[in-house]
Ligand binder design. Structure first.
Ligand SMILES: Cc1cc2nc3c(=O)[nH]c(=O)nc-3n(C[C@H](O)[C@H](O)[C@H](O)COP(=O)(O)OP(=O)(O)OC[C@H]3O[C@@H](n4cnc5c(N)ncnc54)[C@H](O)[C@@H]3O)c2cc1C
Length: 468
């Protein structure tokens, strides 16, 4: 570990924008090295996407989140921080396609039994056709759609991917950069498929099709706490404060003032007032494009164009307190035909729920901030409850409370050519002498918490290197 050559305590305060996993980790690294930090967080609680909403004795999560990693540093830090407050969690998932529930990971045997025989035949023929035509005639423009058709054929692509991806992200796979399909959705070509079918028929075993990227990919053991992942972020915040760090909640960053390549001041609103912090350096974990657009004087035209080109998809969460110990047959269920794409049953995560004998459901509606689901709470609540009743999962009289909460920037959208825009922004920030950027929004990357934490550590290390 490198130590700074200046006396950090005399070097001025480092402003950290946002107190999610990335911001909190950056603060932990900086305070450990003796730097004074102040975190500015617009919400009334820490944790960002991994934080929880505490209502009437219960914690509703954006997700909910589980902690998992194989990174030794992050794993060790979180195990040490949380001790026996961490509890193991076993993820179970059901996905509904064409009226049937499929377990995840998808099993070839499930596909063969549950899809109509005619569809299975068409899927097989289309898989072969797209595989061969992809080899002979590569498409003029590669998109996520061309890749998915080559991996799965047109029929399976239409059934399993097209509608689902379009409803979650708001754009069709044809408008997605090929990087999205390559990173998020594993390859299955005709040879893989034939081998799996052969094994499924011959061995009569559940042979998994590798679709790990179709839902959140996980590595390592899964953990949560009785109060959800939010307790991890709260413990991180306590540690930051114990080491002398300051956390300002309800503090919305509105402007970064720079002189040439140096950030001098951060402006934020809190309790109806505009406040400022003179800073020695800053780590951003807000959406990279928003932070760039907030900076004054503004950056060059190409940086501003790149900032305006990046887009995020929002999520509305409808949380329900339900009078039943558990409601869903699995911890997560995925749907294409309902108002929500995914729903989770928090009792199955080991959450402490009050009153006893009840569970919490959290439904996720992916949308744009101009959509009715975002702006109209009663509409979102009613849509979710009606869909759960139609799905025969719930009776209307079982719902005790309903709450709506939101994440404006839930998913970075990997549109065609987003890489070039992102690169422009990262290069502009790299040229700043006392500014770094980290995290899912801060680096516009579809990452999990442990990567956001790692990014926070790395941004702190890069900033220390810039300042010394
Ligand atoms: C539905 C869902 C489920 C997920 N499930 C898992 C999971 O099970 N396991 C896992 O490891 N990962 C999961 N993830 C990913 C995980 O949430 C992220 O990787 C992680 O929380 C990102 O942390 P971050 O600090 O980079 O960003 P964020 O958590 O977004 O933090 C950014 C912070 O900046 C604040 N902010 C924004 N604008 C301003 C402003 N102007 N002024 C002040 N503050 C501002 C925000 O309020 C927020 O607190 C999931 C993500 C989603 C969307």
């Amino acid at each position: 570990m490198t130590q700074s050559t200046i006396n950090p305590s005399n070097s001025g305060v480092i402003a950290i924008l946002g107190a999610g996993c990335a911001g909190l980790s950056a603060a932990l690294r900086l305070t450990q090295r003796g730097y004074a930090v102040v975190l500015l967080e617009q919400a009334d609680h820490v944790g960002g996407l991994a934080g929880g909403v505490h209502l009437n004795g219960n914690t509703y999560e954006y997700g909910p989140h589980t902690f998992h990693t194989t990174d030794p540093e992050i794993l060790n830090d979180i195990l040490t921080l949380m001790g026996d407050e961490l509890i193991p969690y076993r993820r179970t998932i059901l996905i509904k396609f064409l009226g049937n529930y499929f377990s995840f990971p998808l099993a070839i045997r499930d596909v063969l039994h549950k899809l109509p025989p005619q569809t299975v035949l068409h899927a097989g023929l289309s898989l072969v056709r797209h595989f061969v035509s992809g080899l002979l005639r590569p498409p003029a423009v590669e998109t996520s759609e061309t890749i998915l058709k080559r991996y799965y054929g047109n029929v399976l692509y239409e059934i399993f991917f097209k509608t689902y991806i379009t409803s979650v992200w708001g754009i069709s796979p044809a408008e997605f950069s090929p990087a999205f399909a390559r990173e998020r959705i594993p390859r299955m070509n005709v040879l893989d498929a034939l081998e799996k079918i052969r094994l499924a028929i011959r061995n009569r075993i559940k042979q998994p099709v590798q679709t790990a990227g179709f839902v959140e990919n996980v590595e390592g053991k899964l953990y949560t706490t009785r109060k959800g992942f939010s307790l991890i972020t709260e413990r991180m915040a306590e540690q930051v404060t114990q080491r002398g760090g300051r956390i300002e909640l309800n503090a919305t960053v509105t402007r970064l003032t720079r002189q040439a390549a140096r950030v001098q001041r951060i402006e934020y609103t809190q309790a109806g007032e505009t406040r400022q912090i003179e800073c020695a350096g800053a780590i951003n974990t807000l959406a990279i494009n928003e932070m760039v657009l907030m900076t004054e004087p503004g950056f060059d035209a190409s940086t501003l164009t790149a900032a305006r080109a990046l887009k995020f998809r929002a999520l509305v969460f409808v949380g329900l307190l339900v009078r039943r110990p558990t409601v869903l047959p699995s911890s997560f269920m995925y749907f294409r035909q309902h108002s929500f794409n995914r729903i989770s049953d928090l009792a199955q995560f080991g959450f402490h729920i009050t009153p006893a004998g009840c569970t919490l459901l959290v439904a996720e509606i992916s949308c744009d901030v101009t959509d009715r689901a975002w702006t109209d709470e009663p509409f979102a609540k009613t849509a979710v409850i009606e869909d759960l009743i139609a799905e025969k999962l719930l009776g209307a009289d079982e719902v005790i409370e309903t709450h709506v909460f939101r994440a404006r920037q839930a998913y970075p959208i990997y549109t065609l050519n987003y890489e070039a825009h992102l690169q422009t922004l990262l290069q502009t920030i790299a040229q700043m002498t006392n500014l770094e950027t980290a995290g899912r929004q801060g680096r516009f990357q579809y990452v999990n918490t442990h990567i956001a934490m790692k990014m926070g550590y790395q941004a702190a290390d890069r900033l220390i290197a810039k300042l010394t």
